[in-house]
Ligand binder design. Structure first.
Ligand code: SF4
Length: 608
């Protein structure tokens, strides 16, 4: 077991009865290192896999890893739950200060279940958890205002994180996010809706405890190597400079930038919303998640006249990244930086996932163009590039004034099932597609990824690696994607930001574990990743994932990618191979454990 015994403490929270208990889980932390490996096991123990994701019985697990607060860029907090968007395993990672605050508060993981009758928030400071009334915060227009109010209500001299939902979460939009600090999110797969269904408005975590290491001298050396590489490695250069927004130009040049609901993969307005343009015209500063030297979070400023004033301006700060620029920019035909930033700001204020929102609006615009839906459904008139109308549509997704918006709030796949247009509904595994139309690897990768995210296995990177070379056959592609995804389970268990995956190679991780009292070879690490991958896949299947239902929308095959048109036959063979792997993994005598529901301690306050 690592030197820091507090890492093994798990706080179990019963939101229905407002009770907490703490349990030591050395068994899990010593075997899985934390993060996604531990969260998978805790979720497996606590959840009935067939549960309705928006019922009180859904369970939310949040976990940090053994590297959290110890090595640079190990700054992410993992959340696992049953997703209301896909109906199966939900997993989301967020930066900011949350992971380190939770560890410094004296916990390695948090398990929340049940639902409060009235809005509440949970406050955890240095191991003391308390339930607080959030009635006055429910319905507040902007999630950013909630952050400001809680900053004043919960003063704290140590490291603190404020996580909260917006109105989208309250209204159970299935792709609602949880907003952290000011610019970070649990964006994907609807964690915000799960919190909303539990009437959990916010989670405030503060910590001041030190994190011990077993061998300080060896630790200093390992730390220095990791820190130097984070700063100087070519693998992290783009993140400090233009940030992920740097992707816009090269993706457009190779014909891989999804545009206007992927009616094209090149955008004539790409230069106007490129990373270079954002930096020249609106970059105000760069910030970092706690304990990260890279500072990839790029913040733009916009200056606007105060309503009703002639000379009085207000300046606001909004973060930007490649994915929101794609989803709320090229995908909607928006080529004005100001338009993209205002849409990002609106999504943040409402607490909506930018990727899913952009793809849903892109589908709605095409469906409107084709006459599948009319003014009666849309209320306003969507049109490519008209960001002012899209600003209103984001609000309408939350307000849900009619049956159409109610379905749009359930996701692109569901709304297309009702109104038609599934062939141009750009979802894979029920999740809206990320911003890469780079070839078969990207789309097959989204389809088979445990989260249906580009970060699961980076199929888009494989597409770029094989540009101009012989492309692997479908079975080899699947094997390569799964091997990559399995390795990423190690990174997300530790929990390292995936942007520094090029730095934290198996040899460096093996070396960095030693001063923390853990001896693992590179091969043992890889085997652990494979085991966690299998565990998650089995849980995903128990929750309802059926690989036979995987579909790749027809539009993907119609629009040439940098590898030319993606062959339907190629994708069919790849998915058939994947189905065989799923079947053999699930058939492998899987046991499902369910722990007792009994909470052993009571009281509205807490345990520490
Ligand atoms: S690289 Fe960026 S997202 Fe990752 S931890 Fe650092 S600042 Fe946060």
């Amino acid at each position: 077991m690592p030197a820091d015994e507090q890492l093994a403490r798990v706080l179990y929270v019963d939101l229905t009865n407002r009770r907490c208990r703490v349990e030591r889980r050395e068994d899990l932390f010593s075997r899985y290192l934390g993060g996604t490996g531990v969260a998978t096991q805790l979720l497996k123990e606590e959840i009935d896999p067939k549960v309705d994701p928006l019922s009180p019985e859904n369970v939310v697990v949040m976990a940090v890893g053994i590297f959290t607060g110890v090595y640079p860029a190990a700054s992410k907090l993992v959340a696992m739950f049953k997703s209301p968007l896909t109906g199966n395993l939900g997993e989301s990672h967020a930066g900011g200060r949350a992971a380190i605050a939770l560890r410094m508060s004296g916990f390695g993981a948090l398990v929340m279940k049940g639902a409060s009758e009235t809005p509440i928030y949970l406050s955890i400071h240095d191991g003391i958890a308390e339930f607080r009334d959030a009635s006055s915060l429910w319905g507040v227009r902007s999630s950013l205002t909630i952050g400001k109010v809680l900053r004043e209500r919960e003063p704290w001299p140590g490291l603190r994180s404020i996580m909260r939902i917006g109105r989208a979460g309250e209204k159970l939009v299935r792709y609602a996010s949880v907003v952290l600090e000011t610019y970070r999110h649990f964006g994907r797969l609807g964690l915000g809706a799960v919190w909303g269904s539990k009437r959990l408005k916010a989670l405030v975590v503060g910590g001041r405890r030190a994190i011990p290491v077993a061998d300080v001298r060896e630790y200093r050396e390992a730390y220095r190597s990791a820190f130097e590489e984070c700063l100087r490695s070519p693998a992290t250069r783009k993140y400090h400079e233009l940030g992920t927004a740097e992707n816009v130009t090269p993706l457009n040049e190779i014909g891989g930038l999804p545009t206007r609901n992927l009616k094209s993969a090149r955008f004539e307005g790409a230069e106007l919303i490129s990373g270079e343009r954002f930096a020249q015209e609106s970059l105000a500063r760069r910030i970092a998640c706690a304990h990260c030297p890279i500072a990839c979070v790029h913040i733009a400023s916009i200056r606007e006249l105060y309503p009703g004033e002639k000379y009085f301006y207000v300046t606001r700060y909004i973060s930007y990244d490649y994915e929101p620029i794609y989803a709320l920019g090229s995908m909607l035909g928006v080529s004005e930086i100001k338009g993209v930033l205002k849409l990002v700001e609106q999504a943040d204020a409402l607490g909506l996932d930018a990727i899913s929102s952009g793809v849903a609006l892109a589908w709605a615009t095409e469906a409107y163009e084709r006459g599948a839906i009319s003014d009666e459904e849309t209320v306003v008139r969507p049109s490519w590039g008209d960001w002012r109308t899209y600003l209103r549509m984001l609000e309408l997704i939350v307000e849900q004034p009619n049956g159409f918006y109610k379905l749009l709030a359930e996701g692109t796949e569901r709304v297309a099932e009702r109104y038609g247009g599934s062939e141009y509904a750009l979802t894979l595994g029920g999740n809206e597609m990320p911003g890469y139309h780079t070839g078969p690897g990207a789309h097959v990768g989204y389809a088979i990824g445990l989260r249906h995210s580009h970060l699961d296995n980076a199929g888009y990177s494989l597409d770029q690696k094989y540009l101009g070379k012989a492309y692997p056959d479908p079975e080899a592609l699947i094997d390569e994607l799964i091997e990559e995804e399995s390795w990423r389970q190690v990174l997300t268990s530790l929990v390292i930001c995936l942007f520094v995956r090029g730095v934290y190679r198996p040899d460096l991780i093996s070396r960095a574990l030693k001063p923390l009292g853990i001896s693992m070879s590179e091969e043992e690490l890889r085997e652990l990743g494979r085991e966690i991958y299998r565990e998650k896949l089995r849980l995903k299947v128990l929750m309802g994932f059926d690989p036979d239902n995987l579909r790749v929308p027809k539009r993907v095959f119609e629009i040439p990618s940098p590898h030319g048109r993606i062959g339907e036959d190629y994708v069919r063979r790849a998915l058939d191979h994947y189905r065989r792997i799923v079947r053999s993994t699930v058939a492998d005598n899987y046991k499902f454990h369910r722990s007792s529901d009994a909470f052993t301690a009571s009281g509205s306050g807490a345990l520490g």
